[in-house]
Design a protein around this ligand. Structure first.
Ligand code: GLU
Length: 480
């Protein structure tokens, strides 16, 4: 590759970032970073009816959170701006004028009613329902006159009636499409705005985009884009169409089946590292068994050649797994920074940093998402007001309550209170009593935490502190 790589993420601002959009943005970003190129963010906002207030800010915020810094785009700007299509309208008009002059596009004056009628007639004789090309052969002089008189119209591209369009897609290989399945695509709508098809070609060319990496849903549009490149006499970018995202039942991934917005996952406490790792594997793999990747590793290893053709399954269980893997790699300090706001929002104020560090260190192997740190750590902040019912029946027999009392007194009297000293005290007591260590471990946990499962008991007791532990053990009888 001797040309500087320039790629783009070109979302329509619909209000949220779909996981599919994240995957597209990520692959473009990885490709740009790997090849020392530029990653452009372009907002495709030519459909005025779909405008959503705050959508662009939200999108930029989400991309920034996840670590996909763009080099050129809204706010940042750059040498190829503006980066909002709605601010580039004159450019599209200039280029379409060229097509009109060369007879590669034509004005279509058909009214909505006439188009609907033509469509019904076509469908009745089992044709595609595409535009019947009534206006295609209006002589240029007449077309100019009618437009000059202010007659409403759109501009359509002239698709050759015969022949084939062939192109190489990095992921899909050779793609061949006969032109007769293509509609005479509208390029400029009656409101003067371009359609996606015109704008995307003009912008990709004018912004010097070298590789168009986008979802497979755009593959059927690509032949029209190729024709436009040909009409304009422009050099083609490389195309790579990413596989569809599917639900586990292989249906197309949709909002209906649950969360697909990156913001939702962020709100639920998923780590950005996990989202990135998960999105990277929606279509790509490194060719071996490794699954846990950081952004830096992905940049090093990513290649379009290793992106598969077949649909990628979106599996929440897998996302949870990635989240756990990345949680485990975080230091206590990093986790404290991440969870402190969640604890505060849940009403825990002025928490001691080193205490919180111990808590997250103890829980990090046992939780899936960040909010679970909060929900799993109640007993670190207050004495349990109930104990697990089943545990109570199983463990809290009269003799065991007596043993817990003895154990508590010994801990109270001992000079040290470390995991090691606590364990030693427990083991020597169980030997003296001729019972297994387990007969003390489980009831102790129940007394101290109110539950029957959790992190390493001795470490947990140390974190809670001697006074709290002794108090809870001595007062466990209140629950029986
Ligand atoms: N605006 C299109 C979208 O919302 C972009 C398609 C493309 O990348 O060409 O997905």
């Amino acid at each position: 590759m001797n040309q500087t790589v320039r790629v783009r993420f070109a979302p329509s601002p619909t209000g949220y970032l779909h996981v599919g959009g994240l995957r597209t943005a990520l692959y473009n970003y990885l490709f740009a970073r790997k090849h020392g190129g530029k990653f452009v963010l372009r907002i495709e906002d030519t459909d005025q009816s779909r405008k959503v207030e705050g959508a662009v800010e939200n999108l930029i915020d989400t991309l920034t959170w996840i670590g996909l810094d763009y080099d050129e785009g809204p706010v940042k700007d750059g040498p190829f701006g503006p980066y909002f299509q709605s601010e580039r309208l004159s450019l599209y008009r200039t280029h379409v004028q060229e097509l009109l002059l060369n007879g590669e596009a034509y004005r279509c004056f058909c009214t909505a009613e006439r188009l609907e009628e033509a469509r019904r007639n076509q469908l009745a004789v089992k044709e595609s329902g595409a535009y019947d090309r009534t206006c295609r052969d209006i002589p240029p002089a007449e077309s100019d006159r009618r437009a000059g008189e202010g007659e409403q119209h759109v501009v359509r591209m002239k698709v050759p009636l015969e022949g084939e369009i062939e192109f190489e897609d990095v992921i899909r290989g050779t793609v061949i499409i006969p032109t007769n399945v293509l509609d005479d695509q509208v390029l400029i709508k009656s409101d003067g705005f371009p359609t996606y098809h015109l704008a995307v070609v003009v912008d990709d060319y004018r912004m010097g985009i070298t590789h168009v990496i986008r979802g497979e849903e755009w593959l059927p549009s690509t032949p029209k884009h190729l024709l436009l490149y040909k009409y304009f006499g422009w050099r083609l970018p490389v195309f790579a169409h990413l596989p569809l995202l599917l639900n586990p039942d292989r249906s197309k991934l949709s909002k209906r089946q649950g969360d697909v917005a990156v913001e939702d996952f962020r709100r639920k406490g998923y780590l950005k590292e996990a989202m990135v790792n998960f999105a990277a594997f929606l279509g790509w793999n490194p060719g071996d068994e490794r699954e846990v990747f950081t952004m830096e590793q992905l940049i090093r290893e990513f290649s379009l050649e290793r992106v598969g053709k077949s649909g990628a399954i979106f599996n929440i269980a897998k996302l949870n797994w990635y989240n756990q893997q990345h949680l485990k790699t975080k230091s206590a300090d990093e986790l404290v920074d991440l969870v402190r706001p969640l604890f505060e929002a849940a009403g825990f104020q002025a928490i001691d940093c080193s205490y919180l560090g111990k808590i997250v260190g103890l829980l990090k192997e046992r939780v899936t998402t960040l909010p679970e740190f909060v929900s799993a750590s109640g007993y670190f902040f207050h004495d349990p007001d109930t104990v697990d019912e089943k545990g109570k029946r199983k463990y809290l027999t009269d003799d065991v309550i007596g043993h817990l009392d003895t154990f508590a007194s010994r801990l109270e009297a001992a000079p040290d209170f470390t995991p090691h000293s606590i364990e030693n005290a427990l083991r020597s007591l169980s030997e003296e009593l001729h019972i297994s260590a387990g007969r003390l471990i489980h009831p102790t946990r129940l007394a101290v935490t109110g539950t029957t499962a959790g992190p390493g008991l001795f470490e947990l007791m140390e974190a809670l502190g001697k006074e709290t532990v002794v108090r809870r053990m001595k007062s466990v009888k209140q629950f029986v």
